[in-house]
Ligand binder design. Structure first.
Ligand SMILES: [Zn+2]
Length: 261
């Protein structure tokens, strides 16, 4: 197998955001994903003599888009990709499901997946070596339902769950430990989850990043991708009076419990 020339690294922003920087060892051109803060990005690019080629945006929230204007001023010729169904200033290319984005400078292309739920027009960027899913899928959790329904979010998560299990998952927040504390309440007998919780606790004690995760691992630990697991179903049933007839309804109960946790 040819070793990949691509790498993905985090730039920390705000309290717990990660702005992902995609690079190719053969080039000084890089791509930023969801740059909510331009200053930390410009600082990093300048210090490392990198050239910004493009920006990928997953959804309209300020902590994902706040840096667009300043980055565009500093790098006037860049392409700025984002969701077609959301109103975001500065986009040069508007994307939706089944679109493809080719970034020639890095020799990389992404398939676009519509993942509404957290916001109405949220998109994800998929390449076999990297999934950028914004605030849709987190390690051990998923985004809050600000604009979509539980059914929409369950459908969106199902699409991501069907990607190849080895796909690395680059989420945009360091929420893993809080998510796993909650997940253990939903599935206390999940040993893989308990082991992961221990590992993440150690990482966070040293202020280390817990990402990327991958799809296969999330299928084993993330209660929002495990609405077919008997323990998750039983926890959901114990927390509602309503009969639960499908996975989206189970998802809705678990999501509501997390909102109130
Ligand atoms: Zn968001």
């Amino acid at each position: 197998m040819v070793k990949s020339q691509l790498s993905v690294n985090p730039i920390r922003a705000f309290n717990d955001n990660y702005i992902w920087l995609i690079s190719n060892v053969q080039s000084k051109d890089v791509v930023l994903v969801d740059p909510g803060d331009a200053d930390v990005c410009i600082q990093h690019l300048t210090a490392n003599h990198l050239n910004l080629a493009a920006i990928l945006i997953t959804h309209h929230h300020k902590d994902h888009t706040g840096g667009i204007k300043k980055l565009k001023a500093a790098y006037p010729n860049i392409s700025i990709y984002g969701p077609a169904r959301e109103n975001i200033d500065g986009l040069t290319d508007k994307l939706s499901e089944a679109d493809q984005v080719a970034i020639c400078a890095l020799g990389i292309s992404f398939n676009i997946i519509d993942v509404p739920g957290h916001t109405a027009g949220h998109i994800a960027y998929y390449h076999p070596e990297m999934l950028f899913c914004g605030d849709t899928l987190f390690s051990g959790g998923c985004g809050r339902l600000f604009e979509g329904t539980a059914e929409q979010m369950a459908t969106s998560l199902n699409k991501l769950a069907k990607l190849p299990p080895q796909t690395p998952v680059y989420c945009t927040h360091e929420y893993t430990l809080a998510n796993l504390n909650f997940a253990l309440k939903i599935e206390p007998n999940n040993q893989v989850l308990a082991d992961y919780h221990n590992k993440v606790t150690e990482l966070r004690q040293q202020d280390l990043i817990t990402l990327p995760s991958n799809i296969g691992h999330e299928l084993a630990v993330n209660p929002f991708l495990r609405c077919d697991s008997p323990e998750v179903i039983n926890t959901a049933k114990a927390n509602t009076e309503q009969p639960l007839t499908n996975q989206a309804e189970i998802f809705a109960v678990i999501r509501r419990l997390k909102d109130n946790a």
